[in-house]
Design a protein around this ligand. Sequence first.
Ligand code: SAH
Length: 252
Amino acid sequence: MIHFIGAGPGAADLITVRGARLLGAAGQILYAGSLVNPALLEYARPGCRVANTASMTLEEVLAAMEEAESRGEDTVRLHTGDPSLYGAIREQMDALERRGIPYDVTPGVSSFSGAAAALRAEYTLPDVSQSVIITRMAGRTPVPEGEALRKLAAHGCTMVLFLSAGLLEGVERELLAGGYAPDTPAAIVYKATWPEEKVCRCTVSTLARTAGENGISKTALITVGHFLGNAYERSKLYDPTFTHGCRKGTEG
Ligand code: SAH
């Protein structure tokens, strides 16, 4: 069968225990080489077939899966981060359904979690933002009109932009048009959890300049919002006066 596995954001030990176990048992590994850390291939068993799918088409990927099936071997399809985000797994799963080939999915640590760790930040702070918008700037892949960046920016909440590090002039324009003040804190996180990780803190109006100065144009996330600032309320959950299911508070 086919196992879709989230490889995690970069560091090889950020794959899940289940993912590592399946990697170690596979007869074939198809990995998205543009972003998956090749160090993960060290989990493979001796003799495992390994192919980098960066230069392959969907049809070629499916053909390799079918071949392994006919040999009676399991294939691991290794996607960066968590496969449910910008992973192009739906089209693979649908094709496998049509061919009657069984598959399952093992989640992974997304790069947006890796970026929060690199920033030592919490995306959802009381009184600051209780929502995270994950999106991208429209580029060669269009974004539905209802999700235009400036419309989403109007919420003023925490935002994480994937696949947009090369489009930062447009990102700045859209975020400002949507209503973020120019001095709203922002950060560019390059290759979160990789040895070459880089964190650049800036503001919405200096995103493009900051990326340019640091030579960053890809493999980065853009995070935006006051979660990067210093003002917030402490949580109710650990407030001594607050009563909840697991603890009686000193008031009320
Ligand atoms: N499924 C992946 C995202 C794939 S889309 C996930 O869950 O993370 C590829 C985009 O993800 C890149 O253009 C970049 O914006 C982001 N990305 C992937 N790995 C990254 C990392 N280690 N650090 C920062 N951004 C990363």
